[in-house]
Write a protein that binds this ligand. Sequence first.
Ligand SMILES: Nc1ncnc2c1ncn2[C@@H]1O[C@H](COP(=O)(O)OP(=O)(O)OP(=O)(O)O)[C@@H](O)[C@H]1O
Length: 294
Amino acid sequence: MIICEELVKIYKTDEIEVVALKGLNISITSGEMMAIIGNSGSGKSTLLNILGGLDRPSAGAVQVGEWNLLKISDDDLVQYKRTTVGFIWQNNARNLVPYLTALENVEMPMMLSGQYDRAYAKQLLEWVGLKERMGNKLQQLSGGEQQRVAIAISLSNKPTLLLADEPTGSVDSKTSDMIMDIFRKLNRELGVTIVIVTHDMELASKVDRVVAIRDGMTSTEFIKRNPNLDDLGSEGKGQSRMIQDVHEEYVVLDRAGRLQIPKAYLQALKIDNKASMEFDGEKIIIRPPKILNH
Ligand SMILES: Nc1ncnc2c1ncn2[C@@H]1O[C@H](COP(=O)(O)OP(=O)(O)OP(=O)(O)O)[C@@H](O)[C@H]1O
């Protein structure tokens, strides 16, 4: 469904240029539920904004279904956003109107896009567990409930792709679990492709695949060892271990065979800008360069 190749995004402000994506490669299959993790400033939101049609890439290739988001016209971009993609942010307040009811909040964007359907709006709120609360004004709902209204809104255009930027960032762990359950249901029952950007390793361990972004490029990838295992339970393990327990880690190769070696490995081996590489027929062994270091 999604293919990004050598994706570049440069932000130009008055005097400085920030290269937020530096030739990022990623492909996401239709029907997948996956997460993108990475440190602050690594380019996660930039990628999500490009996939959501909120921002345009500077170079490279980005295809979502039939849409080429590098070359797309402004009119088609509007169409793309209307028909293909749904967006959820951590801070949902910007999408919601506090003095309207939950139902009116879901209906409003439907009206604006000419796809008004009250029965469907009700069904969506039922889907996110707010059947009893749809007549309540937004300001009468808790943060977690408001976030669920935001999820209902993001589905109002029946998107095939749902993009969520830190969707559980400002809710407690119980609500976070509930939101992840809703995502899982949408993914399983409606086949919606879901891409979640998160800092939260525990949340990341609940998806099938996690791609780590470092410095505007994809670095490592974690794939679930047992895809049927939905919930790990919390066994008091350290958060960063949980993802290792559930997922197998892979290093990502781009088309040209380039790979990014994690900085921590390079530092541990004192490898700077050169390494010796050996292929023994089964393995590729990377070591510090002998001549330079000894
Ligand atoms: N509109 C913009 N103008 C200039 N620079 C920007 C803009 N948006 C993002 N950047 C820069 O691009 C880089 C990547 O930012 P991005 O928001 O994608 O990172 P992130 O991984 O989502 O971080 P966080 O987890 O903190 O949200 C950062 O250096 C950021 O300062």
